[in-house]
Ligand binder design. Structure first.
Ligand code: PMT
Length: 408
């Protein structure tokens, strides 16, 4: 714990929630772990707790206002100095403001002005937590690479039971520490990512596709970008916005995805194929809409190019990661794909498990590498699954290619 936090400048934002008193405990833990913490409070937070408490504990001034004529341009200096911004507790109000780019006080202004990673720990009433607007705002933040430490279930200030209690100090601290550890460890890497489904045309209005939403691949793209990589994202059709700072090329078919991958491949140091590429496409695609009739229609299908197998021989020192979406015999099938496609790492998901696979915000994956090691991860958000996959890549990339490697 201490190594990641030692001498790091943490900006602790405190907002107006009954859980504001717990920020004092978080501040104490951060300081004990060696961090230099500057506290910024919103005006509502001051209704719950006084700045003096934080000032005494942090031994630094506590900032509460954007407008102080005696000071330098505070939002710029504070934002520039921070290694990480933690907002705990984060109310529905501040989540809404950040998600929509509103900067109407010191804390929201320095979030917008700063480029340091942002970790937020929401705390609010259960009905507010489940409100679709709040959930939409959270997914906007997730899309921007903000790490959200979800609240816990239990008794709430309203007297009701439900989700909304601020996460424990241990969970918040561990999220901060993980975010700092991962900072910049992909600097110098160019990660070529694929995500989403492909669409294989039957006629001008119909196509063959699958249920991939692109969420897993986009989470990886965001995470790699947040960790300092240049990210080239080849995306099949999805409704997801392009993550900030990521270079995206949109494609439709497996053939187009293959061509786009081959074009960018020479620049890439890591290739991650999270896309659910169609294995078959109609042999012929009609140039006019097929007319409805009473007779059955037979579609003749042919295999699409297998992108990973095709680039296997050009791998060189580039690190190749594939995914395996399986409905049975997960480990054997995934390991067979690892070998056939000459991968360094395969991420296997049993898409029949509840909480795993297509079009969800969570996944349950098993990581299998070219050295014969297997690591099963628990059910995690796709954002956290992405971070764990990147952790595994970092670890394997620094391992010398010795004789214990099974895949060559
Ligand atoms: O997009 P989401 O809704 O978030 O869902 C995520 C996911 C389930 C799609 C993702 O986690 C996943 O498992 N992606 C790979 C799905 C897949 O196509 O698996 P596969 O076993 O058919 O393919 C194995 C590997 O070969 C994959 O890395 C695939 O990208 C690649 N492949 C497949 C076919 C093909 N023609 N060329 C390929 O390179």
């Amino acid at each position: 714990m201490e190594t990641a936090l030692r001498d790091k400048h943490i900006l602790l934002g405190v907002t107006g929630s009954i859980a504001a008193y717990k920020s004092v405990l978080i501040l104490r833990e951060l300081i004990q772990a060696g961090a230099r913490v500057t506290v910024v409070m919103t005006s509502s937070a001051r209704q719950f707790i006084t700045p003096l408490t934080f000032q005494v504990l942090s031994r630094r001034p506590v900032y509460t206002s954007l407008f102080d004529p005696s000071d330098e341009i505070r939002h710029l200096t504070l934002a520039e100095r921070a290694d990480l911004i933690l907002i705990a507790p984060a109310t529905a109000n501040i989540i809404g403001k950040i998600a929509n780019g509103i900067a109407d006080d010191l804390l929201t202004t320095l979030v917008l002005a700063g480029r340091a990673p942002l970790v937020i720990a929401p705390a609010m009433d259960g009905d507010m937590w489940t409100h679709p607007v709040l959930q939409r705002n959270l997914s906007v933040l997730d899309g921007l690479g903000v790490r959200v430490v979800p609240p816990e279930e239990g008794p709430l200030a309203s007297g009701k039971e439900g989700m909304g209690r601020l996460a424990s100090e241990e969970k918040i601290l561990s999220a901060v520490q993980n975010r700092l550890k991962r900072n910049e460890d992909f600097k110098g890497e160019t990660v070529l990512m694929t995500a989403g489904p492909t669409q294989e045309p039957v006629d001008p209005v119909r196509y063959l596709t699958n249920r991939s939403s692109g969420k897993m691949g986009y989470a990886l793209a965001r995470a790699a970008q947040g960790r300092g990589a240049r990210v080239l994202l080849i995306s099949g059709p999805t409704s997801l916005p392009c993550p900030v700072g990521v270079e995206r090329v949109q494609v439709r078919t497996a053939e187009e995805m293959r061509d786009a991958v081959l074009r960018s491949l020479p620049e890439a140091t890591v290739l991650i194929m999270a896309a659910a590429v169609a294995d078959y496409r109609p042999r012929r695609s009609a140039d006019r809409k097929l007319k409805k009739g009473l007779e059955p229609v037979l579609l003749e299908l042919e295999p699409t190019p297998d992108i990973l197998s095709e680039v296997r021989l050009q791998r060189g020192r580039r690190f190749h990661v594939g995914f395996a979406a399986e409905t049975e015999d997960l480990e054997n099938r995934a390991r067979a794909k690892l070998e056939q496609k000459g991968l360094d790492l395969i991420v296997a998901n049993d898409v029949t498990q509840e909480g795993a696979g297509f079009d969800l915000d969570t996944n349950i994956v098993t990581l299998m590498d070219a050295y014969g090691e297997t690591t099963a991860l628990p059910k995690l958000s796709k954002a956290e699954t992405a971070e764990r996959i990147l952790d595994a890549i970092v670890k394997l990339k620094t391992r010398p290619r010795t004789n214990d490697r099974i895949i060559r």
